[in-house]
Ligand binder design. Sequence first.
Ligand SMILES: [Zn+2]
Length: 209
Amino acid sequence: MKKKFSLIVLLFVFTISCSSVEVKKGDVQIYIYPNELDVGTRSEWGWKEIEKEYSEHEISKITIHHGGVEFKEDKDPVQYLQNLQSWSRVEKNWVDIPYHYMIDLNGKIYEARPLKIPGDTNTEYNPAGHALICVMGDYEIQKISNAQLNSVVNLAAYLANAFDIPPDSIKGHKDYAETLCPGTDLYSYLLSGEIVSRVKTNLSEKVRK
Ligand SMILES: [Zn+2]
């Protein structure tokens, strides 16, 4: 009798643990971007479906990063994204690329980790609630171009509008953690208030349209 009872309990526990490791797949939301945003979608660059279990979050802020590795003109951004995805999943054991969007040297934007899944970090802050934009390159040693800066502003404005995020909640990684990210040059446009004020202008134009 006792044996039978334990077997039932064991079966019950087994069923519960199986259902809790169920992986959510194929329900990644598709976003329609305005014309001024040059966005390469996940399917365009060969992103692979999420394979691990993940949690979800509500976005309330926008945080800007850089890749932290020098990016030369002849480097292929699509190859970089594919390598970053496999490094993130295999070496770091993360769900995906740690950022939601990546921007290349020409200012082209690429979708990365789905927005509903919180990002990952090697530093001490909790990325839940943050939409993470990463500019490829190292802005301690590189200079951000006008095209890249325009993309940061337009993408941040798009996200601020879509998720009702106050533009003053657009900050840099180093505002939250001990890091050089997003690099002195890119960070200077946050420090001066230029990115936030351009996003505010962009949003007020959206309202007027
Ligand atoms: Zn960062």
